[in-house]
Design a protein around this ligand. Structure first.
Ligand code: ACO
Length: 325
C-alpha cells in the first residue's frame, strides 16, 4: 500500500483580516463571516511566488519523512497559480530543494489539484515505477484575484502543503476517485494569458487577467460533489461512513462544508475546518489542513481520514486513507 510518510506546510506571514478588506472593497466583516466563515487569510509577500511557498512546505515534509531530497523520484505540484505558464513550478522546486534525481511536473485541476496529484503520485508507487514521490499543493492564488471584485477577492488566501508518499506496511491510501465535468468549465475561469485570449490591450480593459466566477453555481456543484464523491470513495473501499474519523473537505466556504457534512450525516466534531484562518487556499487547502491536525497530535494511528475536494474544471475527487506513522 502507498501512504504518507512525511507532511509539511507553510502559510505566509502576512495576515489580511476582513477589516482590512472593508477599507478597499464595498464589503463588511459581518457579510464575509456569515456568508463564508472566513475571518482572515494569508497573503504572500511581494517577493514570494508559488515555488517559494512550495519549497518551504516540501523541505518540512522531507524532514518529517526523514527522506533526503535526492531520494525523491518525482515531484508533482498541484497549482492554479504557477510562477510562470512555463516552465513548470515543480521544476523550480526540484532545483531549489536539490532533488537531482526527480522528474517534475505541474498538475492543474482547480482546487482539486493536490487530491489529483496525490492520487497520480500514489499510482506511480503502486506500479513500481518510483519509490518516493513528493506531492505539493501550492498557491499564490490571491494574485489572480481582482481587488475590485468583492465576489471573489474576499474568499482566497495563499499557502502550501506537501506530502512524501512511499510504500508503507501499515495503513495508507485505501481508495481514491477523480472526476471532471468540462461542461461546467465556464463557472470558474482565469480567462487571459492562454492561447484562447493572449495578453492584449483588450485583456487589460476587461480585467480578464483576473479570476471570473459564478459563485452560486460553484456553490451548488460543490455541495453536491462533496457528498457524491465521499460516498463513491467509501463504496470503493467498502467502508461505512461511520468508520470515518476525520473528514477534511476543501476549504472554500464554511457553508459548503457544513451543508456537505450535513448531507452526509458527518458530525462537525469530525470535520477539520481551517477556512476561518486561511480562507480558500485552493490546491493547498487540504494538505495544509491535514498537516495542522497532524501537528496538533490529534491524528491517531489507525484513524480513517476522508479528504474530498472540488474546483475549477469543474473537477472533484477524494482520497480515503488510514493514518499510520
Ligand atoms: N461583501 C458584501 N456583499 C457581497 C460580497 C461581499 N464580499 N460578495 C457578494 N456580495 C453580494 C452580492 O453582490 C449580492 O448582492 P445583490 O443581492 O445586491 O446582487 C449578495 O451579496 C448575494 O450574493 P450571492 O452570490 O447570492 O451570495 P452567496 O451567499 O451565494 O455567497 C459566495 C457568495 C460566498 C461567493 C458563495 O456563492 C460561494 O462561496 N460560492 C463558492 C465559491 C467557491 O467555492 N469558489 C472556489 C471553488 S474552488 C477553485 O477551484 C478555486
Amino acid at each position: 500500500m502507498t501512504g504518507i510518510v512525511g507532511l509539511g506546510s507553510y502559510v505566509p506571514e502576512i495576515v489580511v483580516t476582513n477589516a482590512d478588506l472593508e477599507k478597499i472593497l464595498d464589503t463588511s466583516d459581518e457579510w464575509i463571516k456569515t456568508r463564508t466563515g472566513i475571518l482572515e487569510r494569508r497573503f504572500a509577500s511581494k517577493d514570494q511566488a508559488t515555488s517559494d511557498l512550495a519549497v518551504i512546505a516540501a523541505e518540512r515534509a522531507l524532514k518529517d519523512a526523514n527522506v533526503s531530497a535526492d531520494e525523491i523520484d518525482l515531484i508533482i505540484v498541484g497549482t492554479n497559480s504557477p510562477d510562470t505558464l512555463y516552465p513548470a513550478t515543480a521544476c523550480l522546486v526540484q532545483d531549489k530543494i536539490g532533488a537531482r534525481n526527480a522528474a517534475a511536473f505541474d498538475l492543474q485541476a482547480g482546487c482539486t489539484g493536490w487530491v489529483y496529484a496525490a492520487t497520480v503520485g500514489a499510482q506511480c508507487i503502486e506500479s513500481g515505477m518510483y519509490k518516493h514521490v513528493l506531492v505539493i499543493g501550492a498557491e499564490v492564488i490571491t494574485r489572480m484575484m481582482d481587488n475590485t471584485d468583492r465576489g471573489t477577492y474576499v474568499l482566497f488566501g495563499d499557502g502550501a502543503g506537501a506530502a512524501v508518499l512511499s510504500s508503507v506496511s501499515r495503513g495508507g491510501f485505501l481508495a481514491s476517485e477523480l472526476y471532471a465535468d468540462g461542461s461546467l468549465a465556464q463557472h470558474l475561469v482565469f480567462p487571459a494569458g492562454g492561447t484562447r485570449k493572449p495578453f492584449s490591450e483588450e485583456v487589460l480593459r476587461e480585467r480578464a487577467y483576473f479570476t471570473k466566477m459564478d459563485g452560486s453555481d460553484v456553490f451548488k456543484f460543490s455541495v453536491r460533489e462533496i457528498s457524491r464523491v465521499s460516498m463513491k470513495v467509501l463504496e470503493k473501499a467498502q467502508l461505512p461512513l461511520d468508520r470515518v474519523d476525520w473528514f477534511i473537505p476543501h476549504q472554500a466556504n464554511l457553508r459548503i462544508i457544513q451543508a456537505g457534512a450535513q448531507k452526509l450525516g458527518i458530525p462537525m466534531e469530525k470535520v477539520v475546518v481551517t477556512i476561518d484562518k486561511y480562507g480558500n487556499s485552493s490546491s493547498a487547502s487540504i494538505p495544509v489542513a491535514l498537516d495542522e491536525v497532524y501537528r496538533k497530535g490529534v491524528l491517531k494511528n489507525g484513524d480513517t481520514v476522508l479528504m474530498v475536494s472540488f474546483g475549477a474544471g469543474m473537477t472533484s475527487g477524494g482520497i480515503l486513507m488510514e493514518w499510520w506513522r
